[in-house]
Design a protein around this ligand. Structure first.
Ligand code: ATP
Length: 226
């Protein structure tokens, strides 16, 4: 079953890599089957949610048996397009951009940052973890030639929209936006916003204001709205 044929809720789609990573670990330890309760304990998602998530792909589990690890793994690999390496470009090689370039994404999934861009002449031409930093002047040319469809944005907030406007004119389909800026894009482009400062701030707020049970209840409520 290919992903484009099934419309799964965004919240479910977000959990797929989590399931995938855990199943890979299980498989490596030689485990053949897993129950939704075990999965739930490991990935910290309640088992009802897991069963509901899996039900979007058809009846994958059997009562009293659980799920076949190898089958699930193959299924997720195909669904997440893990058989094919997805080339990603990163724009803005500052502290965060450099950290992401140094992080080995291929360890857990089949995506790789292959190209980096920056406006700083001192950075252009240098290499970070084997990835060459190109001038922003070459952005469109390289993105089109290499058919890059996913871009990570780690430029300063004030530069985010201008860079995005250039990406909109290419074949890019997704932007992982690490800047605090909210981006205006046409509906053909997906933006996933990760603002680490906001995440940290809201996490600290939660820790200070809610007990563990309360925050879980709030999360479950959010889930049921999806
Ligand atoms: P970070 O925000 O990742 O901690 P930083 O504080 O080191 O980084 P920033 O000022 O946020 O630096 O800039 C991040 C990177 O983006 C820098 O390397 C900078 O040269 C680069 N940059 C700035 N403007 C642009 C732009 N329009 N396009 C591409 N890169 C840019």
């Amino acid at each position: 079953m290919a992903t484009e044929q099934i419309k799964i809720p965004k919240a479910t789609a977000k959990r797929l890599p989590l399931y995938y990573r855990f199943l890979q670990n299980l498989y490596q330890t030689g485990k053949l089957r897993v129950s939704s309760a075990e999965l739930s304990e490991a990935v910290k998602v309640d088992s009802a949610t897991i069963r509901r998530d899996f039900s979007y792909f058809g009846a994958l589990g059997k009562k009293g048996y659980g799920y076949n690890v190898q089958y699930l793994l193959n299924f997720f690999r195909k669904t997440l397009d893990q058989d094919e390496l997805t080339k990603v470009a990163l724009i803005g090689v500052g502290n965060l951009g450099t950290a992401l370039l140094r992080y080995n994404f291929t360890k857990n999934n089949n995506t790789k940052i292959c190209y980096a861009f920056d406006t700083n002449e001192g950075k252009v031409g240098t290499k970070i973890s084997d990835v060459t930093v190109y001038s922003l002047d070459q952005l469109e040319e390289i993105i089109e030639k290499e058919d890059i469809q996913v871009v990570i944005l780690t430029v300063p907030a004030h530069a985010a929209q201008t860079v995005t406007d250039r990406l909109v004119k290419t074949n890019v389909k997704g932007i992982l936006n690490f800047t605090p800026a909210r981006l205006n894009v046409p509906p053909t482009i997906n933006v996933h916003h990760i603002d680490l400062a906001v995440e940290l701030q809201s996490f600290v707020y939660f820790i200070k204001n809610y007990s563990n049970e309360e925050s879980e209840a709030v999360e479950e409520n959010e889930e049921s709205k999806v």
